[in-house]
Design a protein around this ligand. Structure first.
Ligand SMILES: NC(=O)C1=CN([C@@H]2O[C@H](COP(=O)(O)OP(=O)(O)OC[C@H]3O[C@@H](n4cnc5c(N)ncnc54)[C@H](O)[C@@H]3O)[C@@H](O)[C@H]2O)C=CC1
Ligand SMILES: O=C(CO)COP(=O)(O)O
Length: 333
């Protein structure tokens, strides 16, 4: 089938290869002319430089991309998501299935991408929505290394459609889920904890500290997912703990790297500015902090991380605050 991808960066172009491997025709829309040329003329991945199938086409033209199919994969940074969806809504002429692979919650509204899609896309243009998420560094998927994802939708048939679209027996296995909230919120919040984990490493703390922050971070992700109406079992799955494992201790993770740089003394702006690809975790820390206030949640790690990224506290002071909290019994729910 024909598939349109919005955002031809690290992940979008990698998924274009998977969709092409599975026998589909893909058009990517990106706003970066250089990326479009790399894909169309050199047939290489714009970030990783390796060859990609020559049938993948890229364009700067949104209308051409939307006209190409009735399946659109959203793969732009979540800070651009609302704007991109507004532009799409003006150009759409038919009911379209939106598959979102971007990971974030809008800090100003605490809305997940599915909710932003519902706000910005007219009902007549919205065939349905599926969130596709899980532990999947583009650096490995582009090399066709074995990976598993989860496709979540309120509509089971659409989740199955996306499962079939992306799965192949060589390297990609997709599960389905009905828990859109859990998949979206878990996928967004793991980036916040990945930054914290990177900060700890950058400060010169050891693996014990990282394990502590990741494990107690899971408790905070769980609190947020449950408060938003998601399921506990989803947090224990690919889009939750699975993605946290891959992100919170890997140099392939832009969020971990960003934290590493902050922990070594860079400001948040310097750290973000030094990484060319999207870093979603700082916005996720803001979103998590806001959700904590709204639902009266106890989120000590996210709240201390918020003070650090706001420049109100050093990472060392934040660590001291966490270690000097009142002693308690270990509980996860
Ligand atoms: N890189 C990875 O391994 C994975 C990334 N993701 C998620 O996918 C999303 C995108 O990440 P990456 O592809 O890694 O980021 P990236 O920074 O490599 O690519 C983003 C692309 O979006 C384009 N873009 C930005 N604003 C746009 C707009 N207004 N209209 C159209 N295109 C626009 C940029 O030019 C860039 O090519 C993020 O939310 C990330 O968390 C999810 C799974 C894996
Ligand atoms: O979401 C990802 C892997 O599943 C990518 O993580 P980073 O954005 O931290 O690189």
């Amino acid at each position: 089938m024909n598939v349109s991808i919005l955002g031809g960066g690290a992940w979008g172009t990698t998924l274009a290869q998977t969709l092409t491997d599975n026998g589909n025709l893909v058009v990517i829309r990106d706003i970066n002319k250089e990326f479009v040329e790399k894909i169309n003329v050199e047939h290489v991945h714009p970030f990783f430089g390796m060859s990609i199938p020559s049938s993948i086409r890229a364009t700067l033209d949104l209308k051409e991309t939307l006209d190409f199919s009735d399946v659109v994969v959203l793969c732009v940074p979540t800070k651009a998501m609302r704007m991109v969806l507004k532009e799409c809504n003006k150009e759409l002429t038919k009911p379209t299935l939106f598959i979102n692979v971007s990971k974030g919650i809008e800090p100003e509204t605490s809305l997940r991408v599915s909710e932003i899609v519902e706000e910005e896309i007219d009902e007549k243009n919205l065939m349905g929505y599926v969130a596709l998420s899980g532990p999947s560094h583009a650096e490995e998927v582009i090399l066709r290394k074995a990976t598993a994802l989860v496709a979540a939708s309120k509509n089971e048939a659409l989740a199955c459609k996306v499962q079939a679209l992306f799965s192949n027996e060589k390297y990609m296995r997709v599960y389905t889920s009905d828990d859109v909230i859990g998949v979206e919120a878990g996928g967004a919040m793991k980036n916040a904890i990945a930054i914290v984990s990177g900060v700890a490493s950058g400060m010169g703390l050891g693996e014990n500290a990282r394990a502590m922050l990741i494990t107690r971070g899971i408790k905070e992700i769980l609190s947020i997912v449950l408060a938003l109406g998601g399921k506990m079992e989803t947090v224990y799955g690919l889009s939750g703990i699975g993605d946290l494992i891959v992100t919170a201790s890997s140099l392939n993770s832009r969020n971990f790297q960003c934290g590493l740089k902050i922990g070594r003394g860079m400001t948040v702006e310097e750290a973000m500015g030094s990484i060319v690809q999207s870093v979603e975790g700082v916005r996720a820390i803001h979103a998590g902090h806001e959700i904590g206030i709204k639902y009266n949640l106890e989120l000590p790690i996210i709240d201390e991380a918020f003070k650090v990224v706001e420049g109100k506290l050093s990472a060392k002071e934040a660590l001291h605050n966490l270690l000097s909290r009142s002693l308690k019994t270990e509980k996860y729910w």
